[in-house]
Design a binder for this molecule. Sequence first.
Ligand code: NAI
Length: 402
Amino acid sequence: MAAPLKVLLLENIHALAEEMLKKHGFEVIRADGALKEDELIKKLAGVQLLGIRSKTHVTPRVLEAAPDLLGIGAFCIGTNQIALHAAMKRGVCVFNAPFSNTRSVAELIMAEVIMLSRQLGDRVMEMHQGSWRKVAAGSHEVRGKTLGVVGYGHIGSQVGILAEFFGMRVLYFDTAAKLPLSNNASCPNLETLLTNSDFVTLHVPETPQTKGLIGAAQLAQMKKGACLINASRGTVVDLAALAHVLGNGQLGGAAIDVFPDEPDANSSEGFKTELQGLKNVLLTPHIGGSTLEAQEAIGREVASSLIAFGTAGASVGSVNFPSVELAATPGTYRVVHVHQNVPGVLRDVNRIVSEENGNIHAQVLSTNADIGYLVMDLDSNVSQRVCDAMKRVPTTIHARAL
Ligand code: NAI
């Protein structure tokens, strides 16, 4: 029986993750906050799985100094803080939780649609400043209005469904063919969506194609008095152009949650954007996905991935590894093997199995340009010997008997 895998959890990852990992026999240690490179290297001695959020940087130097490390769980959405390619080449499989906060973002968007429609941000601010201004001018119900969703993926499609419950008509535009949900209707191009929507909400990824997707030309295509919402990525909207059309009354309002330059840490002063002080503009500090429910869902999703990887070798959902999953067969003995993707590895593996008098019950291999990932079940309990022999083959990066 192999020793339990040791997991290091940093940055106050949700308690549920620790509970789940322990329940599956992992040894869990925790350290408060993020760790700097040298501290992290020290803490990683003897650790097979690392759990972090966005503030711990896993650099090539950290990876090189952590020969025991097999996997990393990024308990967040982004994985920029991890040297993904270097990790993959060292056989370290990385997981994240891309969709655990989908609902949280969608709910914020619906709140903002109504807030913009009622100029609620301005009224709230006025009341805090002691001013009582009971006005109906410029305030509308959202019922019967048109919401245009740009990017009909996980978040966009969820927003489309929620908006219909409010009696809105929903149009969407996506560069990929997407099945319309409920009564949502697809637009043939962005311009059709922009010219027909009272509210436009952006849910595209950050790519070279989406940089500046909404600039002066697109803003000019929007209906007079329409509102723009961006909770996707800061680079998608040209904020100077947006400030201009908000200032001259072409647009009726905006809700912006993401910015091209976002501070690394919370601070009570110093944040600047050209949108500050404009009427009916809601500014939020990238909180679209920031709810306790999303944190718990992230904890559950990433812990599940680490458990499946640690106990069964499953790499499905990894951001840097070939995807492999093999259903367990009782009475078989599993070996997982990460190797350089060069000719002859399978021949070596099969030779070793036969030299150890093993018989292969099932074998799944998936590769990318650099590495191969093999999960193999043997009929008899020779998995540790097979694994030890595989470790002596120069093309092996990691081998593990489960
Ligand atoms: P997703 O990958 O499920 O959906 C993105 C959709 O955009 C896809 O259907 C894709 O085909 C489409 N798309 C790509 N390029 C396009 C283009 N040029 N024009 C139209 N459609 C295009 O992504 P998901 O999970 O819905 O996330 C959307 C965005 O929300 C991402 O940028 C993500 O980073 C951001 N996000 C923001 C959060 C916040 O706190 N504000 C939290 C979570 C995600």
